[in-house]
Design a protein around this ligand. Structure first.
Ligand SMILES: Cc1cc2nc3c(=O)[nH]c(=O)nc-3n(C[C@H](O)[C@H](O)[C@H](O)COP(=O)(O)OP(=O)(O)OC[C@H]3O[C@@H](n4cnc5c(N)ncnc54)[C@H](O)[C@@H]3O)c2cc1C
Length: 375
């Protein structure tokens, strides 16, 4: 059987399958495991704890510390693939999946046609950079990039930078630029995010996320509001009022809270200025939702990603209106037995943790139905 994608999700499934004696080949389009983590900005650390981010069958070493650095995540994924002796084929992109009788046919790089009884799609929630269709953007000649291209503040030293979007990535890039010598940093915010401390009195926000994940949203909203009053300062005067919609309600709509890794201090110190959402680009300027116009030296759009599953399997009727798979984990869509998905939810309890849990569930299900290899 095949696993598409050699990120943490795909590697975890392959390892869990191997532990059950099922042969799985991981197909990875880049030249190494963990492509997403290799490409993230330098300062990134896991905001989920080391212990709660380990994948099946291998702990993260203590020496990585509580908040694991990006480079150590990459090292961990490399070690993970080696330790579990995973069968990994790099440089192979799967373009399309088709059903033929009881099998799945994978159309991949170089005209390859691969056949398997089961396929796990682990191509990543943050697959393809998304840019809103801003009027005038295509003819804007100023410096502009998506957050995926951002690595470090060096190139922005002395510049006036506008970061668009206040999710975890935009918030951290804005703080990174402010720390790293940008002359001016503005953060354009459409919907005020919930901001939570990574830890409160030593207690990680992720553990709260795990505890409350099955409680009714209204209750979690109230608990979140209570905790926010105690743990995070009111930034209304700086342009970041407390959000109207509750934390869990927002999360269930797809917006996970921002973990503070420097934004609160930077906003309070005036090193990051909050401005209105971007509406358009016009005559070399950026037009904001409050009618003002600004002319930054550079714009970094932290406007999220698309799953981009349509070319791969849009024809199979297994995606919902938002382009997400209709099932995840151990369940396959009714019309597509043997097709599994991992990594397409955005849980408050931490994605690595959910990838690890889903890997075991998927492997258990596949192992029950798959013939064991003869040795
Ligand atoms: C900035 C950022 C910070 C995050 N921090 C955390 C955190 O602290 N804790 C946490 O739990 N989660 C975090 N996440 C969320 C999540 O854990 C990561 O995105 C994680 O990498 C998801 O793993 P994945 O395997 O599902 O996808 P990815 O890591 O994106 O891996 C997908 C792989 O599939 C390959 N691929 C894609 N398409 C194809 C194809 N058609 N054929 C072959 N190969 C293909 C890609 O090259 C890639 O290697 C973070 C996400 C981002 C963006």
């Amino acid at each position: 059987m095949y696993v598409i994608g050699g990120g943490p999700g795909g590697l975890a499934v392959a390892a869990a399958l191997r532990a059950r004696g099922v042969r799985a080949v991981v197909l990875e389009k880049s030249d190494a495991v963990g492509a997403s983590w290799r490409a993230h900005y330098d300062r990134l650390r896991l905001h989920t704890t080391r212990r709660l981010s380990a994948l099946p069958g291998l702990r993260m070493p203590r020496s990585f510390g509580r908040w694991v650095a990006r480079a150590d995540v990459v090292r961990y994924l490399e070690t993970y693939a080696e330790k579990h002796e995973l069968e990994l084929v790099t440089g192979v992109e799967v373009h399309r999946i088709e059903r033929a009788g009881g099998d799945w046919i994978l159309h991949a790089t170089g005209g390859r046609r691969l056949t398997g009884r089961a396929v796990v799609v682990a191509t990543g929630y943050n697959h393809t950079p998304h840019l809103p269709e801003w009027p005038g953007r295509s003819t804007y000649e100023g410096e502009f990039c998506h957050a995926r291209a951002y690595r470090a503040p060096g190139p922005y030293e002395g510049k006036d930078v506008l970061v668009v979007g206040a999710g975890n990535t935009g918030a951290e890039i804005a703080a990174d630029l402010a720390d790293g010598g940008a002359a001016r940093v503005r953060l354009a915010v459409r919907t005020v995010p919930h901001i939570v401390r990574r830890t409160t009195l030593g207690w990680p926000a992720q553990r709260s996320g795990i505890l409350v994940r099955r409680l009714p949203a209204a209750l979690v909203d109230r608990l979140g509001a209570l905790l926010a009053r105690f743990a995070t300062p009111d930034l209304t005067a700086h342009g970041l009022p407390r959000p109207e919609k509750g934390l869990a309600t927002r999360q269930r709509e797809g917006a996970i809270p921002v973990q503070d890794v420097g934004l609160i201090d930077a906003v309070r110190a005036g090193k990051v200025e909050i401005v209105a959402a971007v509406e358009a680009f016009e005559h070399g300027e950026v037009v904001l939702a409050d009618g003002s116009r600004i002319a930054p030296d550079a714009v970094i759009a932290a406007t999220g990603y698309r799953r981009a599953l349509e070319p791969l399997l849009g024809h199979l009727d297994v995606l919902d209106g938002g382009g997400l798979p209709v099932t995840h984990g151990a369940r396959s869509p009714r019309e597509a037995p043997g097709l599994y998905f991992t990594g397409f939810t955005n849980p408050i309890s931490g994605m690595f943790r959910e990838l690890a849990l889903d890997a075991e569930r998927i492997a258990r299900r596949i192992a029950r139905s798959a013939p064991k290899p003869s040795r």
